[in-house]
Design a binder for this molecule. Structure first.
Ligand code: PLP
Length: 435
């Protein structure tokens, strides 16, 4: 007998809540049972009926060391005993100071040296855009153009949404977008008219992989190529490591794979180990000094939210960084990445699978998209496979017909094998029962 009133909670959810990126018509349909998650330990989540699942997408790509990690729990409790939150506008606090010092120390000396705190990946990107705009104004430059890559995703606040997910945000009925120039490759970047190149304030890119596009890998060297071009033209490079930061690609930061150090880096998601919201916009001293040396009030960055530099979030992030050291996380991850590759190779032969893409400890299993009798594409396959995988004890969320597998790093070898097995069984079941 569970301690939770599942039916009562589900009814109240349907009555009072609106879920993000969710069809509420489908969510509220009588045959849909909302999964109510009540507990988590390591890579396992438990629902209100007592059923257990592997957290196959790290709770929307955030959790890395597992749920209920004793060290992060202890750090949060310790901070709670002091104070939960104090203003970062006009004051400061020890966890925010120490975290900034520790983050900067992860990069080569005198490269990325300043930390600006905000709340999540989207706001971290907004901060980057505000900094870029004001930086060029302070320099008396007319540079204003932002270049973003096709199929990129940088968040859903207005500025971030202007840069990515064109299909979601830009084709819809909205005037909430500022113009950004889209390119699909280095060649297209090179082919921009000289006049446009001279106007470029910054280029933004997700390093190595476009996660929200369906774990789509960039060709090797693309990031380095963008860095070189920014060096040549004087444009700033913003690297969005919201997804890739903190080990997900096998190195602490994806940019390290190509030894490309950006002018601005955005970090969020796994920053706190996946516990509480926090983002960092990290930048170099050249940009910071431009602000610092400007006459008042142009030296002020007019941006900042109520929970900037939140002490609990910073304490959690510090504990997460320490776990990388104490548990030698990146070393252990190497063998998990190899095991994931080996296990995924078995799925390649399934007739319903068109491609498997892996980047470090994340993978996209793309299914062949069937055509419906009316000629349209059936993009519900991924969702149906994920629903079936749930019955086999795995929770994840698709991107159209790509099933994402991105578990916490602490997952055991056995659990990882079970996760892939769940996807295999789910694909086979769904493929034998077309919609
Ligand atoms: N940037 C990237 C690369 C992302 O993958 C995401 C979210 O998936 C974001 C930014 C937005 O982050 P958030 O959802 O925390 O606002």
């Amino acid at each position: 007998m569970s301690e939770w009133d599942t039916a009562g909670l589900a009814a109240a959810d349907r009555q009072f809540l609106w879920h993000p990126f969710t069809s509420m018509r489908e969510w509220c349909a009588p045959d849909h049972e909302p999964l109510i998650l009540v507990e988590g330990h390591g890579a396992i989540l438990r629902d209100s009926r007592g059923r257990e699942y592997i957290d196959g997408n790290s709770s929307i790509w955030t959790n890395i060391h597992g749920h209920n990690h004793p060290a992060i729990n202890a750090a949060i409790r310790e901070q709670l005993e002091r104070v939960a939150h104090t203003s970062f506008l006009g004051f400061t606090n020890p966890p925010a100071i120490e975290l900034a010092r520790e983050i900067v120390a992860l990069f080569p000396k005198d490269t990325l040296t300043r930390v600006f705190y905000s709340d999540d990946g989207s706001t971290g990107v907004e901060v980057a855009l505000r900094i870029v705009e004001q930086y060029w104004q302070l320099k008396g430059s007319k540079r204003h153009r932002i270049i973003a890559f096709e199929e990129g995703y940088h968040g859903d606040t207005a500025g971030a949404a202007s840069l990515g997910a064109r299909a979601l945000f830009r084709d819809g009925p909205t005037a909430w977008n500022f113009p950004a120039t889209r390119v699909a490759s280095l060649e297209e970047l090179d082919e921009l008219p000289t006049r446009e190149k001279e106007e470029v304030a910054a280029v933004i890119i997700e390093p190595l992989v476009r996660g929200a596009a369906g774990i789509k890998l960039w060709p090797t060297g693309l990031l380095k190529g963008v860095r070189d071009r920014c060096d040549r033209t004087g444009a700033l490079l913003i690297v969005d490591e919201v997804l890739t930061g903190f080990g997900r690609t096998g190195k602490m930061f994806a940019s390290e794979h190509e030894e490309a150090i950006p002018d601005i880096m955005v970090l969020a998601k796994a920053l706190t180990g996946g516990y509480v919201p926090l983002a960092i916009t990290l930048l170099n001293e050249k940009i910071f000094q431009q602000f610092k040396s400007a006459p008042s009030p142009a030296d002020i960055l007019f941006y900042g939210h109520s929970y900037c530099g939140n002490a609990i979030a910073c304490a959690a992030a510090r504990a997460s960084l320490e776990i990388f050291q104490t548990d030698n996380v990146l070393r252990t991850l190497e063998s998990s990445i190899s095991l994931l590759q080996e296990r995924l190779s078995r799925l390649q032969s399934l007739p319903a699978v068109s491609e498997i893409r892996q980047c470090g400890f994340m993978a996209g299993i793309e299914l062949k998209t069937p055509a419906r009798p009316d000629g349209t594409s059936d993009l519900t396959l991924g969702a149906r496979v994920c629903l079936a995988a749930r019955r086999h004890g795995l929770l994840t969320r698709p991107i159209k017909n790509t099933v994402v597998l991105m578990p916490p790093y602490c997952i055991s070898n056995e659990q990882l094998s079970e996760a892939v097995q769940a996807i295999e069984s789910a694909i086979s079941e769904v493929a034998s029962h077309p919609s």
